[in-house]
Design a protein around this ligand. Structure first.
Ligand SMILES: NC(=O)c1ccc[n+]([C@@H]2O[C@H](COP(=O)([O-])OP(=O)(O)OC[C@H]3O[C@@H](n4cnc5c(N)ncnc54)[C@H](OP(=O)(O)O)[C@@H]3O)[C@@H](O)[C@H]2O)c1
Length: 267
């Protein structure tokens, strides 16, 4: 695999959104040894500079843009500028994301809209801008970062689940339409990053460098969908296949404590 990995990644121009933290940061670290041209995007420019500086001796080249993926014009311009600076666009990782609870015990419109605008619309803006370059090139790889939370409508996290399954369906639809573009949707399980650090129930938890290695390998294998770790993949497939009535009944039982908590808080 190492040779295949090198063959796939070496010399590629790769744009990553959400590179200032967590998975995006770890992906940049994992890809830098392959001598790539990395475009790093997120809102926090100082973090992107820190990352590029840290990797400056890796043999890769870096391009940085502070950009809010909720701003369609800014995203479109950034993707075009990177492709121009790098000469072409081989790979885009639509990775930026936020996650909050959305339940009757905790519903903040600002958070709900941030999830829809960042995880779903922001990813679509990024991918559409990339496809505007990749389609005329007749080549390219689009990677959408979904989540294991897209396995079903998760209790207390319905909006987050929606954004991730929405992105997965969009990716699948485009994959049917554009056979000469590689579309890989990745559904990570729990990875130890700031997005979930308040969650006490993270199981099968991975560290970002291990997660990044898994993801760059899955992309090099040209997988359509990749769910990791393997335990989460099995759970995802099983839960996804359950009839709706059975799923709701099981989740009500499992989530009884959380839902009771919700009732108390609401009173
Ligand atoms: N960690 C997990 O267990 C896990 C599991 C499943 C899926 N995921 C998904 O993995 C992706 C990366 O998350 P992470 O775990 O690495 O979390 P993280 O460490 O919190 O990183 C989130 C990244 O998204 C960027 N971002 C957020 N809002 C943005 C905006 N409006 N415009 C541009 N960039 C924005 C952040 O950068 P700035 O704040 O600098 O803008 C940051 O770089 C997300 O899509 C998340 O849903 C994570």
């Amino acid at each position: 695999m190492e040779q295949k990995l090198k063959q796939y990644w070496q010399g590629k121009t790769v744009l990553i959104t959400g590179a200032s933290s967590g998975l995006g940061w770890a992906l940049a670290e994992a890809l830098a040894p392959f001598g790539v041209h990395l475009g790093l995007m997120s809102r926090r420019e100082e973090r992107l500079r820190e990352l590029a500086d840290r990797l400056k001796d890796s043999g890769s080249r870096f391009w940085i843009r502070a950009c809010d993926v909720r701003d369609r014009e800014a995203v479109t311009a950034a993707v075009q500028d990177f492709a121009e600076a790098a000469g072409r666009l081989d790979v885009v990782w639509a990775n930026s994301g936020v996650g909050y609870e959305s339940s009757m015990r905790h519903w903040e419109w600002e958070e709900v809209e941030a999830m829809l605008d960042t995880n779903l619309k922001g990813a679509i803006y990024t991918i559409k801008a990339a496809l505007d370059i990749m389609v005329p090139q007749r080549s390219g790889t689009v990677i959408g970062i979904g989540s294991a939370a897209s396995m079903r409508g998760l209790p207390l996290h319905g909006i987050y689940s929606v954004t991730k399954i929405g992105l997965a369906y969009f990716m699948e639809s485009m994959a049917v339409e554009l056979p000469y573009i590689q579309f890989t949707t990745i559904h990570p399980g729990y990875v130890d990053t700031p997005i979930n650090q308040d969650n006490p129930n993270r199981f099968w938890l991975l560290q970002p460098p291990e997660a990044a290695q898994k993801m760059i390998r899955a992309v090099a294998k040209k997988k359509h969908v990749y769910i990791y770790p393997w335990q989460m993949m099995l759970l995802y497939r099983l839960v996804h296949a359950l009839p709706a009535g059975l799923y709701v009944m099981l989740m009500r039982k499992m989530g009884r404590l959380a839902l009771r908590g919700a009732g108390k808080k609401k009173k």
